[in-house]
Design a protein around this ligand. Structure first.
Ligand SMILES: CCCCCCCC/C=C\CCCCCCCC(=O)OC[C@H](COP(=O)(O)OP(=O)(O)OC[C@H]1O[C@@H](n2ccc(N)nc2=O)[C@H](O)[C@@H]1O)OC(=O)CCCCCCC/C=C\CCCCCCCC
Ligand SMILES: O=P([O-])([O-])O[C@@H]1[C@@H](O)[C@H](O)[C@@H](O)[C@H](O)[C@@H]1O
Ligand SMILES: [Mg+2]
Ligand SMILES: [Mg+2]
Length: 209
């Protein structure tokens, strides 16, 4: 369900993203520059504003910056210049951005006395990084791992909805969203490990046959 929604959301976003990508390419901006700039934007929004309790300002800056993650790949594809380093940089800086976002909200919850919310934030931070690591490791071993109930867009949107609710003084919003996401992230880790297990078992069976 979330996957179908994501695919159609992505198709819709492409219509907006492509003209911007073409224009940036004409201006001589490289996909790698956009990848780096988007990450710096997330760091400023999350650490400079979110962690200090300016949730709405942080949310706006982080959302605009995180959306550039669709722009860099589109620019690379349009220019026929997708690179191995670009793919590596994109995924690696996504991990930095995710750490800043979940680190920021966890810190803010901890210093404002929402200790159980902070615990959920820590689970989201670590489980989210494991979700990505499991996929990267599987791909490094020649397998695929495009499964899971809480992939990156779902994770960002869920924390974004929580940040929005707490930002308009519904204080339960962020802790509640983080607890939902903590469960979904742990489930995603399990789904991915199971997916890799099945692939490797099939590979062993066909090698034996
Ligand atoms: C209660 C539970 C509720 C759950 C509800 C959730 C349901 C939501 C369902 C769907 C979500 C819809 C999302 C919107 C569409 C997103 C579509 C999508 O799939 O986006 C993925 C992308 C891009 O990913 P990626 O970087 O992997 O792809 P690229 O297109 O860039 O291609 C990569 C390849 O390109 C080449 N390349 C790249 C770069 C480069 N420099 N050189 C290159 O060569 C190379 O070949 C690469 O391999 O986007 C994302 O993942 C970004 C997420 C977008 C969503 C943003 C939403 C933000 C919302 C909130 C922000 C949270 C802020 C919280 C802050 C709190 C307060 C501080
Ligand atoms: O595994 P996950 O974190 O849900 O989602 C991943 C992104 O975060 C990563 O940056 C990208 O390069 C991967 O292809 C994958 O889409
Ligand atoms: Mg990208
Ligand atoms: Mg990315």
């Amino acid at each position: 369900m979330a996957k179908i929604f994501r695919v159609s959301a992505r198709a819709g976003m492409t219509r907006v993203v492509e003209p911007v990508a073409r224009r940036l390419l004409r201006l001589g901006v490289s996909p790698n520059a956009v990848t780096v700039a988007g990450t710096v934007g997330v760091l400023v929004g999350a650490l400079g504003f979110g962690a200090r309790g300016h949730l709405i300002t942080g949310l706006v800056i982080v959302t605009l910056s995180a959306l550039t993650d669709m722009l860099d790949g589109t620019m690379a594809r349009l220019s026929g210049g997708s690179t191995t380093f670009g793919a590596f940089l994109d995924s690696s800086l996504d991990r930095v951005a995710d750490a800043a976002i979940f680190g920021a909200v966890t810190y803010w919850l901890a210093v404002t006395g929402h200790h159980w919310g902070a615990v959920a934030g820590l689970i989201c931070l670590t489980a989210g990084q494991i979700v990505s690591y499991v996929k990267a490791r599987a791909e490094g071993l020649g397998m695929t791992c495009n499964v899971g109930i809480a992939e990156r867009p779902e994770r960002l949107i869920t924390v974004g909805v929580g940040g929005l609710l707490s930002g308009v003084h519904l204080d339960w919003g962020l802790p509640a969203a983080l607890w939902v996401l903590a469960v979904l992230s742990v489930v995603t880790v399990a789904q991915r490990i199971l997916h890799v297990y099945r692939q490797s078992r099939r590979a062993t069976q066909s090698a034996d046959a």
